[in-house]
Design a protein around this ligand. Structure first.
Ligand code: HPA
Ligand code: ZN
Length: 354
């Protein structure tokens, strides 16, 4: 990957602070950490519930929104899985993803790597085919309608067994050409990465790209075992790595991307005060950190909200914005030609502000 010239970086440093919000909105972005089920807005949850005849334990949209008072990851996951229960047919998955892509396009997202949680759906009798075909059709439409390059990453739920993950992989076998990789999500504490060593090894043999949530609430040791045992290429969250200086050095040296989600971390009380978020510290340590929305319908914001709020709260600069923009494209699973094209678009926008 080409390195930016010093005079270009100096010009970025000279961008006045009052132009920063406009720059953050305008810069082309890659979103690498979005659970598509976490993009279900309350209005769409109730519309799908009505369409599918699914009963919800909430009186309405406002009642549901009031329940979004999370204290930790688990308190969120309980509501997130309840919300996903309205998804039954391929059309539902398609409609959910299209609503996300409209928001993403408005935030200048040009590449999106979407997590989905098939076990949440197959456990309710929804066929894997409905899940994948609904989402995949939406990804194709996202390109035609919004110019967004979108790919799918199948996540295994870590609170379930490795045997369950293997059964899910088996169900996904006919659709592997529509999936770029696999990830690991859900309740982190007590479910270390090594629980899924064999299924990740199998996915690696199958040529799938590998990522895992680690170091969101869990310790740096989980980040290490995601790298050493699962052999993942990116760490989702990873913010607890700051408690392990040696790991920090390794992440920087090996250029392991961290897909950081500021508003998620605030709402799940990883950093209850956004001003305390360590994104700047990660970047300044040379780590390939990125900004992402995680579950935007639940955490109060899509990509631009995450950028604007964490920049305002922690005093990050235009140079940090440029670094974040590059990191996301470099850390994506796009091929080298696509990465070069994204980076050229990023540079053009920064040049227009410099
Ligand atoms: N962490 C773990 N699992 C998840 C998350 C998250 O932030 N969002 C959806 N599933
Ligand atoms: Zn996540």
């Amino acid at each position: 990957m080409n390195t930016p010239a010093d005079d270009f970086l100096s010009a970025i440093d000279a961008i006045p602070a009052e132009r920063l919000p406009a720059l953050l909105r305008a810069m082309p972005k890659a979103e690498l950490h979005i659970h598509i089920e976490g993009s279900l807005e309350p209005e769409l949850i109730f519309a799908l519930a009505a369409r599918n005849g699914v009963a919800l334990p909430y009186a309405g949209v406002d009642d549901l929104r009031r329940a979004y008072a999370f204290t930790d990851l688990q308190s969120f996951l309980d509501i997130y899985y309840a919300g996903a229960s309205v998804l039954l047919h391929a059309q539902d998955f398609h409609d959910m993803a299209m609503a996300y892509f409209a928001r993403a396009a408005a935030d200048e997202v040009v590449r999106a790597e979407l997590f989905f949680d098939p076990q949440t759906h197959t456990a309710r009798g929804v066929p894997m085919r409905a899940v994948v075909e609904g989402l995949e059709g939406a990804c194709r439409e996202a390109k035609a309608r919004h110019g967004i390059d979108a790919v799918l990453i199948l996540c295994f739920l870590r609170h379930l067994s490795e045997e369950d993950a293997f059964a899910t992989l088996e169900q996904a076998m006919p659709f592997l050409d529509r999936i770029v990789g696999v990830g690991l999500d859900s309740s982190e504490l007590g479910h270390p990465p090594e629980k899924f060593a064999r299924v990740f090894a199998r996915c690696r043999e199958l040529g799938l790209r590998l990522v895992a949530h680690a170091g969101e609430e869990g310790p740096p040791a989980y980040v290490r075992s995601a790298l050493d045992v699962l052999r993942v290429e990116r760490i989702d969250h990873g913010v607890q790595s700051v408690h392990d200086p040696e790991l920090m050095e390794r992440l920087a040296r090996e250029r392991i991307p961290l897909t950081v989600c500021p508003l998620s971390n605030q709402k799940l009380r990883v950093f209850p005060d956004l001003a305390d978020h360590n994104l700047g510290r990660l970047l300044d340590a040379g780590i390939v950190a990125t900004v992402n929305s995680d579950d935007p319908a639940y955490f109060g914001g899509y990509m631009n909200d995450n950028f604007l709020q964490v920049f305002a709260a922690t005093g990050l600069t235009a140079r940090h914005a440029y670094r974040l923009g590059r990191n996301a494209f470099e850390g994506s699973f796009a091929d080298d030609a696509a990465k070069a094209a994204y980076l050229a678009r990023l540079d053009a926008v920064f040049r227009s502000f410099a």
